[in-house]
Design a protein around this ligand. Structure first.
Ligand SMILES: Cc1ncc(COP(=O)(O)O)c(C=O)c1O
Length: 254
């Protein structure tokens, strides 16, 4: 539902009781910068296709923690990081594509970002600064669209209930809602028939959707706003949600 949790604090609490932490950053990685040293997590996972890359997973692990693991693999595999996790021939084209996606983000930072200041306060910006600046450009652009969408759905679509963090709480541009009288699948199918691609279900936040009592009902409709989306597209979405007769017709037909 777009909530940005205080991961740093969760990691701290977990470490306090001796647990290792694994952060699923698949959703967030496309929306804002992640400072892995600041988070201090033992593991973090994300998927390059979420940030304009190809289908390849990314695992960050603290070397000493990873060294202590004994994953199942062949004896032929070197039993030390990173090889203990990187079995056989690697997905080289995927790795190259993921690196290019990162370069693309850095390029956005160079062209449109605020003049980055290096960590030590110098004006000379490094690659990391450009990547952070690029992600901040996306974040700023997406937040404006997100506020517009949430406000419009709340005020113009009375049957809709938007789920997410309270106003003012840090959030991504992922907007989730239900529409009274219709399943999430019906709404997503209807919007799809109008050329508006949204998704329905639990989006891997299965525990949350369960606690909201929505799992049996097929979950939520999710609108994932990306940097290439426009206000005009969101207005088309809002207009489609307001046209309930069209939605009814779609549901009866299918
Ligand atoms: C929070 C979260 N975790 C995991 C996944 C699954 O990632 P993948 O599609 O790379 O298997 C997704 C995909 O949307 C996700 O949003």
């Amino acid at each position: 539902v777009g909530t940005i949790n205080d991961v740093r604090e969760i990691v701290r609490m977990s470490h306090d009781i001796g647990a290792h932490t694994v952060v699923d950053a698949v959703h967030y990685a496309a929306h804002g910068p992640i400072d892995i040293q600041e988070l201090d997590t033992d593991f973090l996972l994300c998927s390059a296709y979420k940030f304009f890359g190809p289908h390849i997973g990314v695992l960050y692990a603290k070397k000493d923690v990873l060294s202590g693991l004994r994953p199942f693999n062949l004896r032929t595999q070197q039993q030390c990081p990173p090889f203990m996790m990187e079995t056989g021939t690697l997905h080289h084209e995927g790795i190259a594509g993921a690196a290019s996606a990162v370069e693309f983000i850095a390029d956005i930072g160079r062209k449109f970002g605020e003049k980055p200041v290096g960590r030590d306060g110098e004006r000379k910006a490094g690659r990391r600064d450009r990547i952070v600046a690029g992600l901040k450009v996306f974040e700023k652009y997406e937040q404006v669209l997100t506020t517009h969408l949430i406000e419009a759905v709340r005020s113009e679509v009375p049957k809709a209930a938007v789920f997410g963090p309270p106003e003012g709480h840090p959030r991504t541009s992922t907007v989730s809602f239900t529409l009274d009288g219709y399943s999430a699948k019906e709404v997503a199918g209807y919007l799809g028939s109008r050329g508006l691609f949204v998704w329905d279900g639990h989006f891997y936040a299965i525990r949350l959707v369960e606690r909201l009592g929505l799992l049996e009902r097929g979950g939520l409709v999710r609108v994932g706003i990306a940097p290439y989306n426009t206000r005009e597209e969101l207005d088309r979405l809002i207009a489609a949600l307001k046209a309930e007769d069209d939605l009814k017709r779609y549901v009866h037909r299918s």
